[in-house]
Design a protein around this ligand. Structure first.
Ligand code: PGA
Length: 250
């Protein structure tokens, strides 16, 4: 069985001292799991979080990156800048970035390519809005987003990508997709990957569910055939909640 990949997305929360305290408290709990535990923290917490996470099995990720290597891009951070301080993961194409900061499927594809070239592992978010869901467009939206995001890669590159299926209407709302619906959407994403890169690669890709994952619903979500992990927002800001999510089997 694949190990689960559980990533926290702190968004624009947590100061460095809070980040370090959180990691110190989480480390003894995370150490008992075989699963992959990742915290995606604000840029200003990266260095402190990496220090606190040294000698633990907690991996650190960023929440965004620019696709250019360097240059006149005021306020942006490159893949190399993340990689050289030992950041391992980066969230790409989160719906908040797509909706508030004009990210497109095309820039998501560019960012994925830049991240993989540098050796960063992308966590790529796809998901439909409530309106798209109500209009029966979920499959079309998530397969198109997946297709454009993954265009022009090699099989081994695709196998290094984590996809997070995050229905936008479930993010921060307390409304989770039912485990069956989440699983079905993830199967559709996997089928799209299979069309592009073959079944073997599609089976290997980790596909998480995200959107109001909480201690009370994680076990059911993780019991589904195709849900390989979770991208956790709100519940990753509270160490007890995140610890319970990591300990979903107990
Ligand atoms: P949520 O956020 O768990 O607070 O719904 C998930 C996310 O945005 O990645």
């Amino acid at each position: 069985m694949k190990k689960k990949v559980i990533a926290g997305n702190w968004k624009m929360n947590m100061l460095p001292n809070e980040a370090m305290k959180f990691i110190d408290e989480l480390a003894p709990i995370a150490k008992n799991t075989e699963d992959e535990i990742i915290l995606c923290v604000p840029y200003t917490d990266l260095f402190y979080s990496l220090l606190a996470a040294q000698k633990t099995n907690i991996k650190i990720g960023a929440q965004n990156v620019h696709y250019e290597e360097k240059g006149a891009y005021t306020g942006e951070v490159s893949c190399q800048m993340l990689k050289c301080i030992n950041v391992e993961y980066v969230i790409i194409g989160h719906s908040e970035r797509r909706l508030m900061f004009n990210e497109t499927d095309e820039t998501v594809n560019k960012k994925i390519k830049a991240a993989l070239k540098t050796g960063l592992k992308p966590i790529v978010c796809v998901g439909e809005t409530l309106e798209q869901k109500e209009n029966g467009k979920t499959k079309e939206i998530i397969t198109t987003q997946t297709k454009i995001a993954l265009e022009g890669l090699t099989n081994s590159q695709v196998e290094n990508i984590i996809i997070a299926y995050e229905p936008i209407w479930a993010i921060g709302t307390g409304k989770t997709a039912t485990a069956e619906d989440a699983n079905n959407s993830i199967i559709e994403i996997r089928q799209e990957i299979a069309k592009m890169y073959g079944q073997e690669t599609a089976t290997r890709v980790i596909i998480q569910y995200g959107g109001s994952v909480k201690p009370k619903n994680v076990k059911e979500l993780f019991s589904m055939s195709d849900i390989d992990g979770a991208l956790v927002g709100g519940a990753s800001l509270n160490v007890e909640d995140f610890a319970q999510i990591i300990n979903y089997e107990n």
